[in-house]
Every structure is written in structure tokens, then in C-alpha cells.
Write a protein that binds this ligand. Structure first.
Ligand code: CS2
Length: 487
């Protein structure tokens, strides 16, 4: 029997919910850069709820900056796909109709979409490393190949900063209003971060353009949260069972979904409240909470869990000692936060434990371990500095740092090698090449070679000693024994 591919809402038979609106009746008003699973589980699902509730021409033109495969698959399905939500109670399916068009690795088509008069918002999920922004200067990182390429080829930019700056320039020249730029990556102060990057890039093109962007383009900050593992054959089989159709774009996620957004949209916006988004004047405290508590604990458990032979986060949480270390980290990170009237941090930490323990979500520790150099500064080092300043115990943060350094060795305790998967992999390898297997030397070498450790941490002797001692013990005794004694 041939299985029908999901292409029309009318094809769907089964328990999956279908869009409560006619997708074809709504035009596109958003361009999204970074068409991965997270976008489809989060912003696209929220936009779907907004379209169902308030309507509007707010469908999404999704751009995959590098890969063609997701776009080919989406196009074959009229951009419809199934979103599964999993927990201990079971799996629920919902077909999302919010994506109107998909574009793959095509700078010309992307620029055209960005320059459409109807485009009023550009959202982004390109991961921490995807911007090509130098964290020290805040401007474009000229050593990033795509930045160098785009500055030399302003007619065909392919990176995020180049695309946004060139499109804004074209809109300005055509007398069109600028779009609002909404960063949805796990970075602190992500609106200002992207604004600095785009204006820095524009300054290389034309100082007048940079000034115009500063004065006219809104870059609201936002905090996003939804644990979204990579889709698997089980995802596709369950989507089939719930829709009666084969769906090569199905993705899965947890029931929890949070989006806190600075309410600064001069060109209007969808009614994302309908999907549960919270609009506030200042996102900073929410961002700190999410980056330090959820993401910080995630990074700690990813390195420690991966090196302890745990493939999934749920397996880490099922191990009494590892779970104890996760709880310790959640509490320590929460202690570095300023109070937030709407949130009880104890409850937040307990909910996170439950989310990490979700038995139905197969979230790989190795996936979270990726790109540590891009994640540790905001997740581990920033709270560590606050902990030092307030006299709080810094051991949980030093432990997380030592586990990342241990991970940087690229072999587990049995000697089995793995890819480090980090944009600074070459630098990490060069720093550790020919280093004796000694915690003090390894910690020193990484800190000298990589530009990511805050000076105040580098100069803090207690911190240095703690990190090096934990790392040394881990190398000598193995990760599992250290986990047992640490817990
Ligand atoms: C994770 C995040 O991969 C990672 O680094 O910590 O993707 C995390 O799952 C999300 O931020 C949850 O909202």
C-alpha cells in the first residue's frame, strides 16, 4: 500500500489537530533565518496559534541558510508539518500551517524575501556561532569567512549580518519601512547583540546606513525555551500514526513552551500571546534565568553525562549521583539571579528537573555538548563571576568548567575518541597538543589559547585552583569516580 504524503489539510485523518484557519488565506509577513527543528517547534507553533486567534498576514518565509534537504522536504508538503508533543502521558500531534514558503541557501531569493514590502519582521535562530559577531568588540568578526566574503561581495551576501545590512540598505533606498529584527538565540541581551553586529557591518558599507539603522530599526530582545531533540524515525512513525500521512518534516518536542519578548514592534506583530508568549518591557532577567539555570545546568550535565556514558538527558536524571549534581547546579545558578516578581526560582528549578527527566524525550547529551566555546561564557562564567562577587560557593561552576575541559581532550575514559564539534576545535586541539595529562597545564593552555575566559576569572586564584584540581582528579581517577565523590 502506498502511503499518502502530507500535502493538504484535507489529507489528514487521525488524532492530530489541524490548523484552525485556512493557511492559504494569509500572506507572509515574517522572514525567518534558520529553519531548524527549534524554529518549527517554537516560533512557528506560536505563530500558528496567533494566526488561528487573530489572523493577519503573518505567515513565515523560512530560510535555511545552508541545507537544502529541509526545504525540499517542506516544499513537497506545501510547508505543512506535524509537531509532536511528548511526555509520560503519551504523544499528541498538531499540524502546523504557519510556514508559507521555504528558501534554501539562495542569497538572491533570501534578499528578495527580505526586501518584500510585506515583510515586517525578521526572526532568527542560527545558533550562537551563526552570527559571526566578535563578542569582545560587539562588531562583525572579520576573521569569520562569511563576514569577509560578504564585505567583499555586497551584491550577494550569504551570512546573517550581510543579508540583514544589505536588505535594510535596499529598503531604505526604496523608501520602504525597515523590518523589526527579532533574535531568538540563547544569547544574553540578544537584541542589542544583533543590533551591534548589524550596525557594525553596515558601518563598513556606509556610515549613513549604520546611523539610519541605529535610529530606525527595532531589535527587541527575547528569551526562548522549548527542549527540542533531533527528529528520528520514531518521530516520523508517530506522525504517520497521528495524521494518516507520511511526513518527512515531522518534529517532536516537550509540552513546555516559553517565549518572553520585549514589546518593541513598530511595524506590528502577530498576536503571539495566543500561543502563550509573554510581552514585557525588559527581558534581561528572564534571559539570565534561562541561560544560567536551564542552559547552564544543561551544559554541565551534557559534559558530565556524555563522559559518564549517558546518551540522553533522561538517563542522566535517572542516575542518582548525576541528578544530585544537576540539582546542585540548578540551585547555585538560581542563587546568582536578581529576584523576578513573576517567578519563584525554587519552583522554576523543580520544574526543570521534571522537564530534564521527561521519559518520552530523547535529548542527546552529545547534542548539547556541541559548541561549548560559544555557550560557556553566558551559561557558566557569567554566574561564576557573580557568585565570586557575592561570596557564594563557586564549586558548581568550577566543576562544570572542568568537565568541559575534560571533554576538550576528545577521548573518553576508555580511550574512545569523539569529535569535539566546536567552531574552535582546531584551537582547542592546538592548545592541548603535546600537553602533559595534567589538570593545571591543560586548564592553563586552554585559557591562554581561547579568548573566552573573563579576565576576572583568569585572575582569581581560588577559581583557578578549583578548576585545575577537579580536572586533574577527573583525568587521574576517571569521570564516574569523580561524579560519585562530588555528589
Ligand atoms: C541546549 C538548548 O543544546 C543546548 O545547548 O541547552 O538547546 C536547550 O535545549 C534549549 O535552549 C531549551 O530551550
Amino acid at each position: 500500500m502506498t502511503v499518502k504524503r502530507l500535502t493538504q489539510i484535507s489529507d489528514i485523518s487521525g488524532a492530530a489537530r489541524t490548523p484552525a484557519y485556512d493557511p492559504a488565506a494569509h500572506g507572509c509577513g515574517i522572514v525567518h533565518l534558520g529553519l531548524g527543528a527549534f524554529h518549527r517547534a517554537h516560533q512557528a507553533a506560536m505563530t500558528d496559534a496567533a494566526l488561528a486567534s487573530e489572523g493577519g498576514d503573518w505567515r513565515i518565509t523560512g530560510v535555511s541558510l545552508r541545507s537544502r534537504s529541509v526545504v525540499d522536504a517542506l516544499e513537497a508538503q506545501n510547508c505543512l508539518y506535524t509537531l509532536l508533543e511528548r511526555d509520560a502521558q503519551g504523544v499528541r500531534g498538531r499540524v502546523i500551517g504557519a510556514i508559507g514558503k521555504a528558501i534554501a541557501a539562495d542569497p538572491r531569493a533570501t534578499l528578495d524575501a527580505l526586501c518584500e514590502p510585506a515583510t515586517r519582521i525578521v526572526t532568527l535562530t542560527v545558533t550562537e556561532k551563526g552570527y559571526g559577531i566578535n563578542r569582545e568588540t560587539g562588531g562583525p568578526d572579520l576573521s569569520t569567512p562569511v563576514i569577509a566574503h560578504d564585505l567583499a561581495h555586497l551584491d550577494a551576501p550569504s551570512g546573517v549580518l550581510g543579508l540583514l545590512a544589505v536588505a535594510l540598505s535596499a529598503r531604505r533606498n526604496a523608501g520602504l519601512s525597515p523590518f523589526t529584527v527579532l533574535c531568538c538565540d540563547n544569547l544574553p541581551d540578544n537584541g542589542q547583540f544583533l543590533k551591534n553586529g548589524v550596525t557594525g557591518f553596515a558601518r563598513h558599507m556606509d556610515v549613513g546606513l549604520a546611523d539610519w539603522i541605529v535610529a530606525n530599526v527595532a531589535f527587541p530582545s527575547s528569551m526562548v525555551d522549548r527542549i527540542t531533540p533531533a527528529a528520528s524515525d520514531t518521530t516520523r512513525a508517530d506522525a504517520h500514526a497521528l495524521t494518516g500521512c507520511s511526513d518527512l518534516c515531522a518534529i517532536e518536542t516537550e509540552p513546555f513552551c516559553q517565549w518572553v519578548i520585549e514589546d518593541n514592534f513598530p511595524q506590528g506583530r502577530p498576536a503571539w500571546e495566543a500561543g502563550g508568549a509573554l510581552f514585557v518591557d525588559d527581558v534581561a532577567k528572564f534571559e539570565h534565568m534561562k541561560l544560567r539555570v536551564l542552559n547552564g545546568a544543561h551544559s554541565m550535565l551534557a559534559y558530565t553525562g556524555f563522559l559518564s556514558g549517558k546518551q540522553y538527558v533522561r538517563e542522566v536524571m535517572a542516575d542518582a549521583n548525576l541528578a544530585k549534581l544537576v540539582r546542585r547546579h540548578l540551585r547555585a545558578a538560581a542563587k546568582t539571579l536578581e529576584p523576578l516578581s513573576m517567578i519563584d526560582y525554587d519552583i522554576y528549578a523543580r520544574e526543570l528537573e521534571a522537564r530534564f527527566s521527561n521519559p518520552a524525550i530523547a535529548h542527546e547529551t552529545y547534542q548539547i555538548a556541541m559548541d561549548g566555546t560559544q555557550k560557556l561564557p553566558q551559561r557558566i562564567f557569567a554566574p561564576a563571576l557573580d557568585a565570586i562577587a557575592s561570596g557564594q560557593d563557586i564549586r558548581p561552576f568550577a566543576f562544570a568548567t572542568a568537565m568541559w575541559m575534560r571533554y576538550c581532550l576528545g577521548v573518553d575514559d576508555t580511550g574512545a575518541p569523539y569529535e569535539i564539534r566546536d567552531p574552535y576545535e582546531a584551537e582547542i586541539k592546538a592548545a592541548l597538543d603535546a600537553q602533559p595529562r595534567d589538570g593545571f597545564q591543560i586548564s592553563k593552555a586552554l585559557q591562554m589559547r581561547l579568548d573566552l575566559f573573563p579576565t576576572k576569572l583568569k585572575e582569581n586564584t581560588d577559581w583557578q585552583k578549583l578548576v585545575a584540581e577537579i580536572l586533574d582528579e577527573t583525568i587521574e581517577k576517571g569521570v564516574r569516580r569523580v561524579v560519585t565523590s562530588e555528589a
